[in-house]
Design a protein around this ligand. Structure first.
Ligand code: ADP
Ligand code: MG
Length: 533
């Protein structure tokens, strides 16, 4: 009998099976890891990314690079997800996390070559990841919120290598003060630190504003540019007469009637402004529109007003000034108002911004970044965000570790000891997991032009002899106690990186069949150049 081929998938589906699937997935993951590798650490290089509009991003930040690259391969996309998770959970350590996942997979490949089944590798990796978290908890140190010196070191470590060197002291000061200020009942909401940018001046002029800076000018020229002892009303409804529904008809048959209608409108608006005035407010931030008539009366009353302030800014203003956000002007009274020592309009170049300054005990505030160019300012923003993320993780968990590869080597050694207690082939996987961790100090050395083999050998020897904090200090290129040298990171960077890196590595290892529908590419829709003739 003649055999008939059986097709169960449509023709345009691409399928990769078994070892081939593993091989290509692992390769893709490794390429992603190698891409960000050169940016790791204080001596890491930057990348310049140019999009199809010609816009440029210059960055050292792992997650930013991967986001900008618009990666296509499915396994590579999973790697990018690791960076995103790391960014969301900690805000720093994105390069580390991606590199670890890449190395875990690369090492797994070695085991696959030795015919060790992926499920065994996955099992070993799972054991190693679990053990790592336990070990890390034991070998970390404690930090308290009052230990400002250590917290500043953590902020500085987060920012090294991000072009912020000249302003590191100032930034660290600002970040630690900001995070401590916005803590509410042990909760740190990073959104309550607003980062606003202003082009002009230098990065060392970056300032912490105990209040909120808003990218809005006052609505009318005759409003005062400066209000001392501001009493602030936050309104989330429009200061205008609602537009009648489009299908509502207003019939006016005489000019007097029309005038009457307009007068009525004006009276209503005037009434609104009077309510604001009566509450004692001298500043209004409105989330919606303020119409011309309202602007006129507010100006007449010398009430500083901004319109179309974003919802998030209104919420931050409430936290900063203690104001209650109100929707109905009838609810507005003195007790709903917030306070700031100064509200002012500041013009830099063509732009005008509103500064709400010197609030008492603000629970939201602003870091205003100054810098000569957008590229610099954007990279400073990323550096500061890394710092904020690290400080809040350190305060929340109260645990920190020694950087410069110290923690990775110590953990790796402890994992190797643990692997000795195992029998079976999982042991090999745990060992590969341990060796993957060495990729961090290896790369730190490599990126600084040092010989990684020498460095790793020396680090291992020191850790064997009990120096648990021995790491590579790239400020002086020495191997020493990095904790004492002030290269300190929150424990959470490491636990999160290990957790998500191993999770994704295991997920990719379990895949032995890739079924990919070929994309209906947009090019079919496009005409080739000159195709219309
Ligand atoms: P990530 O995106 O993973 O945070 P970074 O480029 O910020 O990558 O590099 C972080 C690594 O650099 C950490 O392992 C940290 O310990 C290390 N590091 C920071 N400062 C120093 C330093 N002065 N000497 C050596 N290593 C450092
Ligand atoms: Mg970092």
């Amino acid at each position: 009998m003649e055999k008939q081929p059986v097709y169960i998938l449509p023709e345009n589906v691409q399928r990769i099976l078994g070892r081939d699937a593993q091989r290509t997935n692992i390769l893709a993951a490794k390429i992603v890891a190698d891409t960000v590798k050169t940016t790791l650490g204080p001596m890491g290089m930057d990348k310049m990314l140019v999009d199809n509009m010609g816009d440029i991003v210059v960055t050292n930040d792992g997650v930013t690079i991967l986001k900008e690259m618009e990666i296509e391969h499915p396994a590579a996309k999973m790697m990018v997800e690791i960076a995103k998770t790391q960014e969301e959970e900690v805000g720093d350590g994105t390069t580390t996390a991606v590199m670890l996942a890449g190395k875990l997979l690369e090492n797994a490949e070695k085991l696959l070559e030795k015919k060790i089944h992926p499920t065994i590798i996955v099992k070993g990796y799972r054991m190693a990841a679990k053990k790592s978290l336990e070990i890390l908890n034991n070998i970390s140190s404690v930090v308290t919120i009052d230990d400002e010196k250590t917290l500043k070191q953590i902020a500085k470590t987060a920012m090294t290598g991000k072009g912020a060197e000249d302003a590191k002291e100032e930034f660290a000061d600002i970040i630690v003060t900001a995070v401590k200020q916005i803590i509410e009942e042990d909760n740190i909401e990073m959104n309550n630190i607003k980062i606003e940018k202003s082009k002009g001046r230098g990065i060392t002029d970056t300032e912490l504003i105990r209040g909120i800076v808003i990218d809005k000018e006052k609505v009318a020229a005759d409003m005062p540019p400066k209000i001392k002892n501001a009493k602030i009303a936050l309104i989330d409804s429009a200061l205008e007469i609602k537009n009648p529904e489009t299908d509502t008809k207003i019939s006016v048959s005489t000019p007097e009637q029309l005038q009457g209608f307009l007068d009525q409108e004006e009276r209503m608006i005037k009434n609104m402004v009077e309510k604001i005035k009566k509450s004692g407010a001298n500043v209004v931030f409105c989330q919606k529109g303020i119409d011309d008539v309202a602007q006129y009366y507010l100006g007449k009353e010398k009430i500083y007003s901004c319109r179309r302030v974003s919802k998030s800014d209104i919420e931050r203003l409430a936290k900063a000034t203690g104001a209650k956000i109100i929707s109905n002007l009838n609810e507005l009274s003195e007790s709903e108002l917030g306070h700031a020592k100064l509200v002012e309009e500041v013009k830099t170049g063509e732009e005008a911004m509103t500064y709400v300054r010197d609030c008492e005990n603000p629970k939201a505030l602003t870091i205003l970044i100054h810098g000569g160019s957008d590229h610099v300012i954007d990279e400073m923003e990323r550096a500061i965000k890394d710092g904020i993320g690290d400080i809040s993780s350190a305060i929340k968990e109260g645990k920190i570790v020694a950087g410069g590869g110290a923690i990775e080597i110590e953990l790796s050694q402890k994992l190797r000891e643990y692997s000795q207690s195992l029998s079976g082939r999982e042991q090999l996987a745990v060992e590969e997991f341990a060796s993957a961790l060495e990729f961090i100090p290896t790369t730190l050395a490599e990126n600084a032009g040092l010989d990684p083999i020498d460095i790793i050998t020396e680090l291992k020897a020191k850790h064997k002899s009990g120096e648990a904090h021995a790491g590579l200090n790239l400020f002086n290129q020495k191997i020493e106690d990095t904790f004492i040298a002030g290269i300190i990171e929150p424990l959470k960077i490491k636990t999160q990186a290990i957790a998500s890196a191993s999770e994704v590595a295991m997920m990719i290892l379990r895949i032995d069949d890739v079924v990919a529908a070929s994309k209906s590419s947009g090019s079919e829709m496009r005409m080739p150049p000159g195709g219309m003739e």
